[in-house]
Design a protein around this ligand. Structure first.
Ligand code: TK8
Length: 334
């Protein structure tokens, strides 16, 4: 894991302040250290959420648990960080669910295009039975899953031309996450997708290895993709959660009281981080436009053209993901 340089961050935009810590000091035996690694940079909402997590855990353990934060993939990308948790060399990470689909096939639910019509529906699913089932399912293979935050709704950027319709994607080289549904989505839309680790993405865009990529506004901004991408389209094509994971080897050494403290802190971090990310979208779009990026918002008819074109993806993955699960989410959207 050594030898990687942290992805560079820009100056952090204005964000809602970190809340005060609620709750009493938790008494338990032992002193512990948590290294918490994430792929997004220090200027993103995810890092701000981690700062809140650190504050809660350090204050409520009265300093007996120390948290150290490693943003910008400096300890590895999402997949590398997860393996480090499994081998016990890293205590915590919060990856996008998408690269973990090979490990936890049900996570593919989150990769279905246009599944969550609003953030409220995403919250209902993540904070309800389905979200709990998924946390249980991910609590194997040396991992303990203790909460949800979000990366958010994904938007397309590219260096070639404005994109307002699927036809504009013809031949466009788009980097996707390492995930088969995302590959299917971009092939179905007519683009030329290449899966790649997030840690390599900035350089790949800069060197023109790929023409475009897709990520939520906050991640586009905090990763400085506007410096190497002139066009952005607000497609909202997929909603990506972040899942908060702990190394099982570390977890099993913690007293039950501290395990509960981490669960509570993960829950509070998740709520705060979603709030931060969502409250910043308009400001970020404005900042990106001010920096010279062309931001395209789609009309409902234009969105529908993307939805229609990508619809076959549902048929391709329905059996693997489970039709019932998809229907449950659809029901929550009514
Ligand atoms: C950060 C990643 C990233 C994701 C991606 O570690 O790979 O594009 O959206 O934000 O999880």
């Amino acid at each position: 894991l050594l030898g990687l340089t942290a992805l560079q961050a820009n100056a952090a935009p204005e964000m809602p302040p970190i809340p005060d810590v609620q709750g009493d000091v938790v008494q338990a035996d032992g002193d512990f250290k948590i290294k918490f690694s994430i792929g997004t940079t220090q200027s993103g909402a995810q890092y701000r959420g981690l700062e809140y997590f650190e504050k809660i855990v350090e204050q409520r353990s009265d300093g007996h648990i120390q948290v150290e934060l490693f943003p910008g993939a400096q300890l590895g990308d999402d997949l590398q960080a997860v393996s480090a948790l499994q081998s016990g060399t890293l205590e915590m990470t919060a990856p996008s669910t998408s690269p973990l689909v090979s490990m936890f096939p049900k996570f593919a639910l989150f990769d279905l295009p246009f599944l969550f019509p609003t953030p409220d529906v995403a919250d209902q699913v993540l904070d309800g039975d389905i979200g709990q089932q998924m946390l249980d399912e991910a609590s194997t293979n040396g991992l303990v899953a203790i909460g949800w935050a979000e990366n958010g709704y994904r938007q397309l950027t590219n260096s070639r031309q404005e994109v307002t319709a699927p036809e504009d994607l013809e031949g466009l080289k788009v980097r996707t996450m390492q995930n088969p549904i995302h590959l299917d989505i971009w092939r179905t839309l007519g683009a030329n997708p290449t899966p790649m680790s997030f840690a390599e993405l900035f350089t790949a865009l800069e060197q023109g290895v790929v023409d475009g990529q897709e990520n939520p506004w906050i991640t586009i901004q905090s990763s400085r993709f506007n410096e190497v991408q002139d066009y952005a389209t607000e497609t909202n094509h997929v909603y990506t959660p972040f899942i908060t994971l702990v190394s099982e080897r570390f977890w099993s050494r913690l007293p039950a009281e501290y395990q509960q403290l981490l669960r509570d802190a993960a829950q509070q971090m998740g709520e705060y981080e979603r709030h931060v990310g969502r409250s910043m979208n308009d400001q970020i779009k404005q900042d990106l436009a001010d920096s010279g990026m062309q931001i395209t918002e789609l009309t409902p008819e234009q969105v529908k053209a993307f939805q229609d074109k990508v619809a076959p993806v549902y048929d391709n993955w329905r059996d693997q993901i489970g039709g019932e699960l998809i229907d449950q989410v659809r029901a929550a959207s009514q």
